[in-house]
Design a protein around this ligand. Sequence first.
Ligand code: MN3
Length: 203
Amino acid sequence: MPFTVPPLPYAFDALEPYIDAKTMEIHHDKHHAAYVTNLNKALEGHADLQNKTVEQLLTGLNSIPEAIRTAVRNNAGGHLNHSLFWKIMKKGGGGEPSGDLATAINGAFGSFADFKAKLIDAGTKRFGSGWAWLLFRDGKLVIESTANQDNPIIDGGKAFFGIDVWEHAYYLKYQNRRPEYLEAWWNTINWAQVAENFADAKK
Ligand code: MN3
């Protein structure tokens, strides 16, 4: 079955004023849709690959024919990354995590404030387009950033929270002010969903 774009779990304007409705509409309906269209196109004629999940495609890039490997890497990555991104935000989000997730964050980074500063720093310093992530690597909770649509799963990481720092994610409202977007974004976070993702990633 071809890959499909999951519906946005809230209205385009749900994240106002932090992320504007027009950005959400273009980001979801055009950018995410294009990754899915281009992934399906790349996999045309490769029935064996069409049955895989995006996670399977990305952890097995070396076994994908060279002619379509980069297209699969970029577009399966784009599909996976955005599917996660929409879910970890919600209308009326924000605040701080609680429970096991809060304990793990405090243990790894000292405090929520330190964690937040470090993730913002990773997103700010990512040159060009990419993502900043909270993930498990070798059983440890760490922050990393990746270029383009690469997801840490490509080299064994398990990302369960992250922010898109491509210009298409913020340019209409924030123009060149990426740090301002990175700061405002925390007001959209769905911590209950992130806690669920964390519990899954920890397994
Ligand atoms: Mn994006």
